[in-house]
Design a protein around this ligand. Structure first.
Ligand code: 16G
Ligand code: ZN
Length: 531
């Protein structure tokens, strides 16, 4: 078939280094950019097959998120803007690892297994982050789509969540919004402006926010968005890529892991600040107090703020909708306790990785999910959206209920339900703080984090560690969990777990305890037990 001749021809321009093996992990393929050209081309091929199979538009995002500038990566986006299924992740790994001469065999094998109708049209949206390698690597993806005669649309520089949004808009025939960057700003910012109208007496201080753009795509996009919200939110962007290096000593991952401010940011005491990661799908907030001490408000604090706000609104509208917060093992114990005991909301714990949290959140009318690292969003079920919409239009609803219903409606519109989105989360958080007249210190004081520590341990083979109970307990190697249990017993309010990383060749260790010294000591002792 002529179709496959084109694949052969173009794939020889994107040859696979013999013997190189890559794995489609929690974050797609990720590696040093030098090793990825063939992976990009082949992901373009696979996206085209996926599009033919689903008869819908598929997204391909070229980014390595918070990794160093030298790395890059690629991820597939399914029709509703969600992550691709486990089966297709497996195909991705097979296709990318096929030696050059076997490529067509593996490709045809996937076509056969999935009974892909090759005469079906295909449509692929492609986006990239600001890494210098992203230019040629995204071209390799486009070549892959072309090789199978698929149609592609190159969105160029976009955040990861923006591309998820475009894919969802396209496949819902505009019901979710318009599949353009401008349409994205319009939808989110209009909802934000509507929300903020409910804030009374906002001071200039409250309207100002400092953002660390991690020298990446988020900074660029904030500049584009600014004019849409200027009257209500004045943003100072630091680490906007004009001087510093991507993710270097800045960005959400750096701030969360180091528990200190990014370099390149001017902060005065008490000032509200936040950091995005390299592809703007994560956000964390922070401030320094008058003693110069740093305070981090991570994904757990964000989930608490948002779920409190939503729960109060649900009470006001009198709708019986089930709200839950989805976390991972990394969630600070204080946050879980506060949510369950004080807020009385359902809390679920899942394995690390957005797809697990997203999936769990879909089981509720309103599912708020956040990883402690700042990746998260809110999902509203169709039923919830309908009930809220009806209330906003019901002539018999009193003013208070109507106002609450409007707030819920605008929250639905400001939040990017396809995936965690730093820009969208930021707009919602800013609106909530303004509506509640809350300072960042007051938000921080909702509960006090237990001191914690994360370490990574290099081992010969991280796969010998197997976990259960949403990664909170190790089932192998034998004796490891018992060792952790007895170490944990030595400290007050302590908890610890280990898990193999899905993105790096290391084992991660997490510990929390009553004091920082105890958390540090426990993390250290547990990491010794892992060897
Ligand atoms: C990926 C995940 C992120 C998770 C992280 C854990 C997505 C889109 N991203 O970046 O959610 O927190 O991996 O990394 O799912 P680790 O397995 O190396 O700890
Ligand atoms: Zn990211």
């Amino acid at each position: 078939m002529a179709q496959f001749q084109e694949v052969s021809k173009l794939s020889s321009q994107h040859p696979k280094p013999p013997g190189l093996v890559l794995q489609y992990g929690t974050a797609g393929f990720r590696s040093n950019a030098k090793h990825l050209d063939h992976a990009m081309f082949r992901t373009g091929l696979l996206a085209t097959l996926r599009s033919k199979k689903t008869k819908a538009t598929i997204g391909v995002m070229v980014t390595a998120s918070h990794n160093p500038e030298e790395d890059n990566g690629v991820k597939l986006i399914d029709p509703m803007g969600n992550m691709v299924t486990a089966e297709w992740e497996g195909y991705a790994t097979q296709l990318v690892n096929a030696e050059q001469d076997d490529l067509l065999i593996v490709l045809k094998d996937i076509i056969e297994k999935e009974t892909v109708n090759m005469s079906q049209e295909a449509n692929v949206f492609v986006g990239k982050d600001t890494r210098s390698s992203s230019v040629s690597l995204s071209q390799a993806v486009l070549d892959g789509v072309l090789a199978l005669s698929g149609h592609s649309k190159d969105y160029g520089l976009v955040t990861t969540p923006q591309l998820h949004y475009m894919v969802c808009c396209q496949n819902t025939q505009g019901k979710y919004g318009e599949p353009t960057v401008e349409g994205y700003y319009r939808k989110l910012c209009q909802a934000f402006i509507q929300l903020i109208k409910n804030a009374s007496n906002c001071t200039d201080d409250q309207k100002h926010l400092s953002v660390d753009g991690a020298n990446g795509i988020g900074a660029l996009k904030l500049h584009e968005m600014e004019s849409h919200v200027k009257s209500e939110l004045q943003i100072s962007v630091f680490n906007d890529g004009s001087k510093g290096k991507l993710n270097y000593e800045c960005g959400a991952d750096f701030v969360k892991m180091q528990q200190k401010p990014p370099t390149g940011m001017e902060m005065s005491p008490g000032e509200r600040c936040c950091s995005y990661d390299g592809d703007a799908d994560r956000i964390v907030y922070y401030y320094t107090d008058s003693e110069g001490q740093f305070h981090l408000l991570d994904g757990d604090k964000i989930a608490t703020l948002i779920s409190t706000f939503l729960k109060e609104l649900l009470t006001q509208v009198g709708l019986d909708l089930k709200i839950a917060v989805v976390q991972t093992a990394y969630a600070n114990g204080s946050s879980t306790r506060y949510l369950e005991d004080t807020m009385k909301v359902i809390v679920r714990c899942t394995k690390t990785g957005v797809k697990h949290l997203h999936h769990a959140a879909q089981e509720f009318d309103i599912g708020v999910y956040f990883e402690a690292n700042g990746h998260g969003t809110v999902l509203f079920s169709e039923v919830a959206e309908e009930k809220i919409q009806l209330l906003t239009q019901d002539p018999n609803t009193n003013d208070e209920r109507k106002r609450a219903a409007q707030l819920l409606q605008n929250t639905i519109n400001v939040i990017n339900q396809t995936v965690g989105d730093a820009i969208s989360d930021m707009l919602l958080i800013e609106a909530i703080l303004a509506i509640k007249g809350m300072t960042v210190q007051q938000w921080d004081a909702i509960y006090t984090d237990l001191p914690n520590r994360q370490l990574k341990v290099k081992v010969a083979d991280r796969r010998v560690i197997d976990t259960t109970d949403a990664e909170r307990r190790a089932v192998s190697p034998a004796g490891l969990q018992e060792a952790i249990d007895s170490l944990v017993k030595k400290y007050k309010l302590a908890r610890s777990f280990v898990r193999p990383s899905g993105t790096e060749d290391v084992v991660r260790v997490y510990a929390e305890a009553e004091t920082q010294e105890s958390a540090d000591a426990l993390a250290h002792e547990v990491s010794l037990a892992v060897y």
